[in-house]
Design a protein around this ligand. Structure first.
Ligand code: GA4
Length: 364
């Protein structure tokens, strides 16, 4: 019997183009020029010699694989993804689906980075594994466990994070956030923006709304259907990333494709020594349209499981998104009105995965 699935791949054009590979250990002015060019032409590039330790990557990867290998009821204890937690097949809140299961985690300082303080010898684990509810827990603990020297304080934190070893997640997030900041500073330099931390400052903020997403695309098994289209299906449908910058890596299994023109897909070759970096909608707005937030998707396949880890660097909810003055000129007038990340995020979650959202924020 042929199993009907919602999203077989229709006939589409595939074009094989290599994404720019940027060596971050090369000379600074040269690197920033290459990054700017890549962001203008592709919105995507790979970085090598990125300085993120293999050990940090390996620990995070093995933690993630261990999580996805758990029985479904156990994984479901970390769900649903509303918006953080475990999700399977359903993406967002408006009916989008894909052949994917995932864990979506907030990276802000009230969650991953302070977990080690919460779960410490002085404060025996206050939760059982999976002991969570959709509203955040309020945890009380003594500040001698924290760097802040004052009376006892209260901290909100998302107990869904207990599904992972906090120190592996925290170290990974710190490392990729550092990498994202370095790249954003190189971008500002390459664009001749005098305030070189104009972009990076937004994701360095303690209340930045950045996310860590672990995606697992299990091999497809409904294999009574042997038609070619059944071997590759949409894992995560086409979309642009709403945030500032995405830093992604996979377990060496391909599946990511980008689309520079409608209906033409460019497969991105997997490369375990590299991170794949892409421009998000907010960076397109902040660069006044110089950089492009490009549509991409992930395909699942019938042969090997794919696991990817994406860090989405985002501003804090109240941060105002607007271009630095150098990027607005009489020849290049302001393309987008100033908006807050909270306003943009609201639009993102109101629309479907594949909908364009930046146009809503265009200047008149
Ligand atoms: C795409 C990029 C990130 O994975 C994400 C996704 C988010 C989600 O899975 O909750 C969204 C999607 C993403 C854009 C449109 C909305 C929101 C699902 C969806 C249908 C975490 C994000 O920030 O936007």
């Amino acid at each position: 019997m042929v199993v009907a699935t919602p999203n077989p791949i229709r006939s589409e054009k595939i074009r094989n183009i290599e994404l720019p590979i940027i060596d971050l250990s090369a000379e600074r002015p040269e690197v920033s020029g290459l990054i700017v060019r890549a962001c203008q032409e592709f919105g995507f590039f790979k970085v090598i010699n990125h300085g993120v330790s293999q050990d940090v990557i390996a620990r995070m990867e093995s933690q993630s694989l261990e999580f996805f290998a758990k029985p479904v009821p156990e994984k479901q204890l970390a769900g649903p993804a509303n918006p953080h937690g475990y999700g399977s097949k359903n993406i967002g809140f408006n009916g989008d689906v894909g052949e994917v299961e995932y864990l979506l985690l907030s990276t802000n300082s009230a969650s991953i980075s302070q977990m080690s303080n919460v779960i410490s010898p002085h404060d025996p684990t206050p939760f059982r594994y999976g002991d969570w509810n959709p509203t955040r827990y309020l945890i009380k603990f003594e500040t001698d466990l924290l760097v802040v020297p004052s009376i006892s304080c209260e901290l909100y934190f998302d107990p869904k994070l207990l599904v992972l070893d906090s120190s592996a997640a925290r170290r990974y997030v710190e490392a990729v956030r550092g990498l994202a900041c370095e790249i954003l500073e190189l971008m500002a330099e390459g664009l001749w923006v005098s305030d070189t931390s104009a972009f990076s400052r937004l994701i360095r903020a303690a209340d930045s709304d950045s996310l860590l997403r672990l995606n697992h695309y299990p091999p497809l098994t409904e294999d009574s259907d042997k038609s070619p289209s059944s071997f590759r299906r949409i894992g995560f449908g086409e979309h642009t990333d709403p945030q500032i910058l995405t830093v992604l890596r996979s377990n060496g299994v391909g599946g990511l494709q980008i689309s520079l023109e409608d209906g033409v897909w460019i497969p991105v070759a997997p490369d375990s020594s590299a991170f794949c970096v892409n421009v998000g909608d907010v960076l397109q707005a902040m660069t006044n349209g110089r950089f492009v937030s490009v549509r991409h998707r992930a395909l699942a396949n019938s042969y090997q499981p794919r696991m990817s880890m994406a860090y989405f660097g985002a501003p804090s909810l109240h941060a105002r998104v607007c271009s630095p003055p150098e990027l607005v000129t009489p020849q290049r007038p302001r393309l987008y009105r100033t908006f807050t990340w909270a306003e943009y995020k609201k639009a993102v979650y109101t629309l479907r995965l594949g909908d364009g959202r930046l146009n809503i924020f265009r200047s008149r």
